[in-house]
Ligand binder design. Structure first.
Ligand code: PHB
Length: 376
């Protein structure tokens, strides 16, 4: 996305991707795009397929005490919505746009290391097709995810990390089954959280809260379906549509931010600088808003020589990042079982959900965060 935005402003870049094209175009990741992310893709000319194939949702359902409550986000936010469109589909569209524009995209770049960003001459070393190469540049953008090499290349002590690990994970499945609901369902249950989402009108994406470090071997498909059915069960006879499980995995849950998101001429964006638990569906969207700011800052530098916006990059991004952190943490706390022994907490959570689904003020707060706070 960053390379595409830079290209539109006449700025050259090289993308180093450690995986193959096929891998990044098929890997199942996030699926919820905020309105601002959709606008960014559409306005920059890579949103045609998204507009044709994306599923626009005007609401979500919160389910607890065996009944559902719809939050009408569209009405509460004066016409904003979310769009379901898989992250790997966004990746496909962006790869196609870069290649069509003659962009430099090097797949299977190995042994990538970043240097010289503390001074005036940053460069990147990597191996491609067995050959070592060195790339001189003005700036390096570390868009290499939470486990990437950029953040750890910054000298110890220059960054401060803020971290929270949650005592559970999500077991996610992709199923060949028409979604049982037109909109997403976030369910709070005594047995733990469950989420119904989707990718297309034929493919469901479902999640279950499971114990931290749970082994996927303990979860044969029929156990997953039985557990999902229990957590989504309602008094009005709602039915979960089942189908063949195409893929399943367990992910941990964590909140993490480093400050600042920059050191010298190395700028961190997206998961390289911060991760959120998936409950608020914010990860991909935060990455999009980071690179939007970064592209503007580079554009200002290359058109006027001013580094004013580049120097402000971290501050601008972190204000929005922390609000999304707050929201993701809050959604996680509202919807998951933390202490299964403590019935006070359970009653308090039910009261919170009851309040949340009964107060227009509370619903508006949820809705405006869920569709995405304004990008600066
Ligand atoms: C997903 O569809 O993968 C998804 C949806 C909503 C979330 C998290 C993940 O909060």
């Amino acid at each position: 996305m960053l390379a595409h935005l830079l290209h539109l402003r006449g700025i050259e870049s090289v993308i180093l991707e450690s995986r193959t094209r096929q891998y990044i175009e098929e890997r199942v990741r996030a699926g919820v795009l905020e309105q601002g992310t959709v606008d960014l893709l559409v306005d920059s000319g890579v949103g045609a397929r998204l507009q044709r194939e994306g599923l626009v949702h005007h609401g979500i359902e919160l389910r607890f005490n065996r009944s559902g409550h719809r939050i009408n986000m569209y009405e509460l936010t004066s016409g904003k919505a979310i769009t379901i469109y898989a992250q790997h589909e966004v990746v496909k569209d962006l790869v196609a746009a870069r290649l069509a524009a003659g962009g430099k995209l090097i797949f299977e770049a190995a042994d990538v290391s970043v240097h010289g960003f503390d001074g005036g001459k940053p460069f990147v070393r990597f191996r491609s097709g067995g050959e070592f190469q060195e790339l001189q540049c003005d700036y390096i953008a570390g868009c290499d995810g939470f486990h990437g090499i950029c953040r750890p290349s910054i000298p110890a002590g220059a960054l401060t990390a803020f971290d929270r690990v949650y005592p559970f994970g999500w077991l996610g499945i992709l199923a060949q089954a028409p979604p049982s609901s037109k909109e997403l369902i976030y369910a709070y249950h005594d047995r733990g959280f469950a989420l119904l989402s989707m990718r297309t009108p034929e493919i469901s994406r479902l999640y279950l809260q499971v114990a931290h470090h749970e082994d996927i071997e303990n979860w044969p498909d029929d156990r997953i379906w039985a557990e999902l059915a229990k957590r989504f069960e309602t008094d009005d006879g709602w039915r979960l549509t089942e189908g063949p499980v195409l893929q399943k995995s367990i992910t941990g849950m964590r909140s993490y931010v480093v400050e600042p998101m920059q050191f010298g001429k190395l700028f961190l964006a997206g998961d390289a600088a911060h991760i959120v638990p998936p409950t608020g569906a914010k990860g991909l969207n935060l990455a999009a808003s980071d690179v939007r700011v970064l592209a503007q800052a580079f554009a200002e530098f290359y058109s006027s020589g001013s580094t004013r916006l580049l120097e402000d990059y971290s501050r601008i991004c972190l204000r929005r990042v922390w609000k999304a952190q707050r929201f993701s943490w809050w959604m996680t706390y509202v919807l998951h079982r933390f202490d299964t022994e403590n019935s006070f907490d359970q009653r308090r959570q039910i009261a919170e959900l009851d309040y949340l689904t009964g107060s227009r003020a509370a619903m508006t707060s949820l809705a405006e965060n869920y569709v995405g706070l304004p990008m600066e």
